[in-house]
Write a protein that binds this ligand. Sequence first.
Ligand code: 3H9
Length: 711
Amino acid sequence: MTAPVQLIPTAPNADNIAIINIDNPPVNALSHAVRQGIVDAITQAEQDENIEGIVIYCQGKTFIAGADIKEFGKTPKEPHLPDVIKRINQCKKPITAALFGSVLGGGFEVALACHYRVAIKGTKVGLPEVNLGLIPGAGGTQLLPRVGGVELALTMITSGKPQKVEQLDQYGIIDQLIDVDSNNKDHLLNETASFAKEILAQNKSSKVITQEPILLDEEQKQAAKSLCQQFRDKLAKRSRGQKAPQSAVNSIENSFTLPLNEAMVKEREYFVECRGSSQSRAMRHAFFAEKTAAKLTLSSESKPTPTNIKSVAVIGAGTMGGGIAMCFANAGINVKLLEMTQSNLAKGINAIAKRYQQAENRGIISKQKVNQCMELIDGTCDYQDLAQVDLVVEAAFETMPVKQQIFSQLDEVCKPEAILASNTSYLDINEIAKATKRPEKVVGMHFFSPANIMKLLEVVATDYSDDQTLATAMSLGKKLGKVSVAVKVCYGFVGNRMYACYGREANMLLLEGATPEQIDTAMVQWGMAMGPLAVNDMSGIDIGYQARKANTQGPKDPCYFAPADMLVEAGRLGQKTHAGFYQYDEKTNKRSPDNAAIELIRSHASKLKVKQRSDISDEEIQQRLIFALINEGAYILEQQIASRASDIDAIWLNGYGFPRYLGGPMCYADEVGLQTVVETIKKFQEQSGNDYWQVAPLLEQRLAEGKALTS
Ligand code: 3H9
C-alpha cells in the first residue's frame, strides 16, 4: 500500500514549488497516516533547499473533508491534528492550499492554517462539527474568527452549514478564485502552483498567526460579547439540549479575550469533553447510520446498476401526491401527475403552485427554479399518457381494492420495464404486486408528509421485488435528497409500526389519567421535536382511526387507542376541526389545553373500567413511550423487517423528530444499557398486566451475549 501523503518536490509548471499530495479515499480524511504524512512532508520540504514554496493538494473528489470520524472512538495517536495545524502555520516556506469539493472540519482548519488559499468556484467550506456533537478541535474556533471575523465564525460554526467560497468573497478567506469546472483539477494544481510562485516573486512570506487575541477596542469587545450571548440564547432554543453549540460559542469568545495558545488549550478541552460525550457518540452513530442505510443488503451476489430514471408519474394529486411530484420536479425529473377528474387535477396543481409560491416568499427557492419545476409537472387524467414513464409512484386512496385496481391498470399501460411503486403507509404491498404481471418490478416508496420536505424514504421490498428494482428505488431516493432505508413488508413497515406502539402508550396514559399537555410536555422535554398528541392533532386523528378500522388483524383490546377513536367519533379530528386532544383558535390556530377533551377521556376511561391515577410522573411517560419503541424495534430487527439496528435509527431520526443527539431508539437503548431496558419493560408488563409489554427475545438474547443492539 502506498503512503497516503507524498512530497512531490517540483510542481509541473514551477520547479521551486513542492506539492504535498494527499491521496486517502474516499474523502481524504485526516487519519493518523495522513497527519503523520503531512508533518513528514513539511519537514522534508523545509530541508530541501530547492523548495521555496509548498502547495497542499488532494487526489480524488475533494480536498480534505475532515478528521477521520472512525478514529474518534479509539485511542488518539500523535501527531494530533492541532500539532499538525501548528506545524503547517509555522512553516517558514509559504504554504498554499488548493481547494475543491468539500473542505470541511479538520480540512477547513488545515486550509485556514495554510498561509494562502486558492479555490475552484463552487467549493464548499465549513465547520460541521456540531452535527457530530463536537466543536472544531484543531483551531477552527480561533482561526476562522481571525480570518473572517467573529460573526462569521459564530454563524458558520454553530450552524455547521458549509458555504460556497464565492459567498464568502467579502471575508478574504480565499486569495484566488478559479472559474473552471470542478473536475478540472490539473488546472487547479497549475494555477495554485503559479500563485505560490507569484507569492515568492512578490517577496511575500508565510503569514504566521500571532499570539495576541483578536484586537478589538473596548466598545467592539462589548459588542462581540453581546453577540456571543445572543447566539447562546438563540441556540438554547434552536439546539435545545445540545452541549456542543454552546461550547463552540464559549470557545469563539476566547478568540478575542485570550492569547492564541491559551485559547487553543481551552478549545481542545471543550473538544475532548464533547468527543467523550454520549451526545457526540450518538451523533456519530447517526452519521454512519445514514451512510450505511444507503447500502442494500441484497439476496444475491449481483451488483445491479440502478436504472437512470428520467421521467416518472405520480397517481393522485392530493397533499401526498402533490408533495411527491414536487420532490421529483425539484430533482429535475419530468413528472406526469394523474388525477381522476379535471377539477381534482386543477385543484392539485394549484396547491403545488401555492406551496412553491410560499417557499419562494420565504426565500427558500428562486423564482427561476419555481418556474423550472412547474414546467416539469404535467397534469393528465388519461392513463395512456403514462405509457413511456420509467417509474410510477401511486399515492391514491389507502384501500386495497383501489390500489389493486390502479396497479392492474398501470400494468396494462406502462412499458414492461417501468417500475411501479406504491406510497402506501400500511397496506400489504405483496398483495398489490400480485395485481400485476410484473410483481418483480413492484416496490414500496413510502414518503413522509410533507413529502417535499421530510428527508425519510422507506423503500419497501416485497417478496417479489428484484435487486435491480430495489437498487433503482434506493438510488432514486438519493437523487431526491432523501435518506432512503430499505425495509420489508409488514403492517406499517418500520416507522409507523413502531409509532403505533408509541401512540398506544400515549393513549393508555391518557386513560390512566395523564393529560395531553402533560404527555406532550414530558416528551418535548425528553427531546422529541413535538409531543405525540400535538402531532396527532396536526396530521388529523381520523387518519389513524381509519387505518385502525381497516386493519382486521389489529389488537381487539377496547382500550387500544380508545381516547383517539372516541375523539374522532365525537367529531374532534384535530386542528382541521379546531378540536382534538387540544382546542385551536379558529383565527390563529393557537393550541391550548381543553378541559372538554380531558373530561371526555376521563368518562371514557371510567366506561372502560380503567382506574385513573394522579401519580403519573414525567419519567414514567417518557420511559413508557420510548421503551415501547425500543421493544418493537427489537421485534422488527429479529423478524428482519429492517436489516440493521442503525437502519431503524436512520428512520426515526429522519421521519419522526427523534433527537439526533440521542442517536435513534436503538442507539439510545444501548446507551441506557440493555439490562435497564429489559428490567424496565418487565416492570411495565407487571404493572399493566397486558401482552403489549412482552420483552422482545432479541433484547434478552443480546443482553445474555453481552452485545449491543447496534454492534
Ligand atoms: C472534524 O473534522 C473535527 C476536527 O475539527 C478536529 C479533530 C481534532 N471520516 O457522504 P458520502 C465516508 S469532524 C471518515 O457518501 P458524498 C462515508 O462514511 C469531521 N469517513 O459521500 C462514506 O463511507 P462509505 C468533520 C468519512 O460525496 C464515504 O466517506 N467533517 C468522513 O455524498 C463517502 O461519503 C465532516 O463532518 C470522515 N470525515 O459526501 C464531513 N466523511 O462509502 C462529513 C465521509 O464506506 N462528510 N466519510 O459509506 C460529509 O459531509 C460527506 O461525506 C462529504 C461527501 C460532503 C464529504
